[in-house]
Ligand binder design. Sequence first.
Ligand code: DX5
Ligand code: ZN
Length: 219
Amino acid sequence: MLIKIAPSILSADFSKLGEEVLRIEKAGADLVHIDVMDGHFVPNITIGPPVVKSLKKVSKLPFDVHLMIENPDMYIESFADAGADIISVHAEACRHLHRTIQKIKQLGIKAAVALNPATPLCAVEWVMEDVDMILLMTVNPGFGGQKYINGVTRKIEELERIVESRGLNIDIEVDGGIDTETVQYVTKAGANVIVSGSTIFAAEDTAKIIQELRMNSYR
Ligand code: DX5
Ligand code: ZN
């Protein structure tokens, strides 16, 4: 599967977000990963639909909106209207996951389900046929700059095996602690959509770090 690099703007300079998004677009990013946090599902608060809407005016890249919020059903439509191209909801936050996925797809955008590191893969077993992507968290969600949790590598491998054996055409995204070293483990295990925040935004040369992440990926 094609490797896609999705810089997380959580590590960008929020005082000039538009410029930061343009910077990653020019540097060769494939997606813009937008971390939405509500202070309930995760212990941090970030951005909402108005910010997504403003950023949509400056970038042509697909917006990969990662909802780390309680009751995502209430906000899906607002994020779709604001310009989300893919919406990820956490299985842990959805009481009726299947219904939530259908709701996203009815809005004409792609649907993904995210799993925390401790959530087993069986949480998505019966919706795998319905989603475009599964996001495996490789840190506990809430903050950028955390260390990659090694144990998740096996979970990526197992998901890849299931996806392969069912003949499904879905992306496997990983999020948290991805740098030029850990990108090798996750892509070897089967991930193809790579979120990276602090590594990309801390680098002097954005195009170079994105290229390095791509080059270090296993194909
Ligand atoms: C964590 C967020 C991530 C985060 C990744 O809750 O979902 O997208 O920004 O940041 P790094 O790459 O710094 O771990
Ligand atoms: Zn994220």
